[in-house]
Ligand binder design. Sequence first.
Ligand code: ZN
Length: 151
Amino acid sequence: MNKCFLGIFCLVFTSGGSVRHQTQQEIWLTKAGQILEKKVEKEIGKPLSKWSIEVKNLSGTKIGLCIWYPFSGYKIYISPKLTESNKVLTVMLHELIHVGILNPRHGPKFRLLAIKLGIEDEPTYSIASQTLINEFFEMLKILGPYPVSEE
Ligand SMILES: [Zn+2]
């Protein structure tokens, strides 16, 4: 892992591109993200940058993370600790907001968009409002519940 020199939003640089099959969870998260990104795009008025998903253990208490890589675009990491459909959808939406605003911080721009999209105004921005949970309910009819880990 090398330090990246390309931008302040890029925390780490990896050569990336390692080919492996997506897990059932990652396939589900990709589908969910494709629905959720439309919500974000509607608010910001432009298409989202390229993103992909990986379920991976994260340091500390982190449950989601969004990192920009120069060649592959945004990578959204979701912790395998997350197992509940509504929670994982909330974290997915949170990370897509980072992609939307092109900023890893929870500044005023993030906060405004998060609240507009139905995320509660609290420090982690990982709690869904009742309105958002109702939207998730409709999404889950299409997606089915978040699959259990294969490991
Ligand atoms: Zn965040």
